[in-house]
Design a protein around this ligand. Structure first.
Ligand SMILES: *Cc1c(COP(=O)(O)O)cnc(C)c1O
Length: 353
C-alpha cells in the first residue's frame, strides 16, 4: 500500500553539511547558529515578527497559556487534534467547547456568545486543515469580552488572511513543525507573539528562565532539527505549489461529496484533503473499498473531542467527524494514485445514490 503520508525529504547533502558544521563547532543545541538562522529565515519568509522556535507544537500551546497566565475557562473547538484540548487540561484550564460551522469546519464565531461566562479567559480557535478562521469576528468578540486569543495554527503554515501571514493574528499563534505537517523540522514548532514584552517572557520561559517570578521549562529546538528545517524551507514554495496542484486534481475528479469551504478573505495552504460523505455508512463503505484496492485514507478528526472528553451526544462537530475522510496528499503522491482513489470513491457513491 502507498503511505497515507510521507514527510517531505529535503536534499540530504544540504542537511548533512549543516549537521557536520554543527558537530565540528561543538554547538548542538542551546540556541546555536542554525536555530538562530532558521528563526530569522522563517520571519523573513513569512513576514512576521517575534517568532520563537520550540521543540514541538504542543509545548508551543502550553507556553502560550502559561505566559498569558490563563485561568478559568478556555473556549475552544471540539473538531481538532487531541493536543488542542489536552494542552489546556494539562495547564489546569477548563474546556468550553464551541461548536463548528459544518461548511468551514472552523469554530462558529456566531455561537461564541453562548459560551461566555464570568470564568472565561480565552479563545483557542484552530485554522482547521489550514483554512483561515473568521479572524475579524473572533478578535472583535475577544476585545469586547476582554479575552485572550491563541490561534492553534498547527496546520496553517503558508496560509494567509487579508494577504498577511495567518501567524500575524491573535495575541499568540502557534504552529507545529512535526514531520506530518507542511513545513517540518522532524519534531518542532514555533510561537509567534504580538506583544514585545510577552515575546521576551516566552523566550525566557522556553529555556528554564526565571522572569517576572515565573519559572520556565525546556522547550528548546536542537541544531539537528533546525538543519532539517533550513533544507525544507529551501523547497517550501515548491511544496506548497505541488499540493495546490494535487488538491485541484482531486477536486475536479470527485462527484457527490462535500468539500471544505475555504474562507474567501484568506488563502488556504491545502495541508489536507478532507471529503465529507452524505452519511457515516457511505464513509465506512468508501474506507473499506479503498483498503480493498490497497489505497490508504484516514478518519480525521475522529472522534470529535466533545464526544471523547464531555460525552456530548449531538453537535456539528460529531456529525462531521462521523462523515469525514482525509485522502493522501503529499508532494511525492503520484497523480495516477489520485485517479485511482477518486475512481473507487465515485463508484461507491454512484451505486449508493
Ligand atoms: C499536530 C497538531 C498539534 C501538535 O503539534 P505537535 O508538534 O505534534 O506537538 C496541535 N494542534 C493541532 C491542530 C495539530 O494538528
Amino acid at each position: 500500500m502507498i503511505p497515507f503520508y510521507k514527510p517531505y525529504t529535503p536534499n540530504k547533502d544540504k542537511i548533512l553539511e549543516s549537521i557536520s558544521s554543527s558537530i565540528d563547532s561543538g554547538v548542538m543545541t542551546n540556541h546555536g547558529p542554525l536555530v538562530d538562522k532558521l528563526e530569522k529565515s522563517l520571519m523573513d519568509y513569512l513576514g512576521v515578527r517575534n517568532l520563537l522556535l520550540v521543540s514541538n507544537g504542543t509545548i508551543a500551546l502550553q507556553l502560550a497559556y502559561k505566559a498569558l497566565e490563563l485561568k478559568g475557562e478556555a473556549i475552544t473547538t471540539p473538531f481538532s487534534f487531541l493536543a488542542t484540548s489536552s494542552s489546556l487540561l494539562w495547564e489546569g484550564l477548563c474546556l468550553r467547547f464551541c461548536d463548528i460551522d459544518s461548511e468551514t469546519f472552523n469554530l462558529d464565531d456566531q455561537l461564541l456568545n453562548k459560551h461566555i461566562c464570568p470564568d472565561s479567559s480565552s479563545i483557542i480557535p484552530v485554522h482547521t486543515f489550514g483554512n483561515p478562521c473568521n479572524i475579524e469576528e473572533i478578535d472583535r468578540f475577544a476585545y469586547d469580552y476582554n479575552l485572550k486569543v491563541i490561534y492553534d495554527a498547527a496546520h496553517a503554515f503558508g496560509s494567509s488572511y487579508f494577504d498577511s501571514s495567518i501567524f500575524n493574528y491573535g495575541d499568540i499563534s502557534t504552529v507545529s513543525f512535526h514531520a506530518t505537517k507542511i513545513f517540518h523540522t522532524v519534531e518542532g514548532g514555533a510561537i509567534i507573539v504580538k506583544d514585545d514584552s510577552l515575546y521576551n517572557r516566552i523566550k525566557s520561559l522556553r529555556a528554564f528562565g526565571q522572569l517576572d517570578r515565573m519559572f520556565g521549562i525546556n522547550a528548546k529546538m536542537t541544531e539537528m532539527q533546525a538543519a532539517v528545517g533550513l533544507a525544507v524551507l529551501d523547497k517550501i514554495d515548491y511544496i506548497l505549489n505541488v499540493r495546490t496542484y494535487l488538491y485541484d486534481i482531486y477536486k475536479s475528479q470527485l462527484n457527490n461529496v462535500q468539500f471544505q469551504k475555504i474562507n474567501p478573505d484568506g488563502q488556504c495552504n491545502y495541508s489536507y484533503f478532507p471529503v465529507v460523505f452524505k452519511d457515516a455508512e457511505t464513509l465506512l463503505k468508501v474506507e473499506h473499498e479503498l483498503k480493498n484496492h490497497n489505497l490508504p485514507s484516514k478518519r480525521y478528526f475522529h472522534p470529535s473531542l466533545d464526544q471523547l472528553i464531555h460525552k456530548t451526544q449531538h453537535s456539528n462537530s460529531i456529525d462531521i467527524s462521523s462523515r469525514i475522510l482525509c485522502l493522501p496528499l503529499y508532494t511525492e503522491l503520484e497523480t495516477d494514485n489520485i485517479f485511482k482513489i477518486c475512481d473507487v470513491i465515485n463508484k461507491v457513491n454512484q451505486s449508493d445514490s
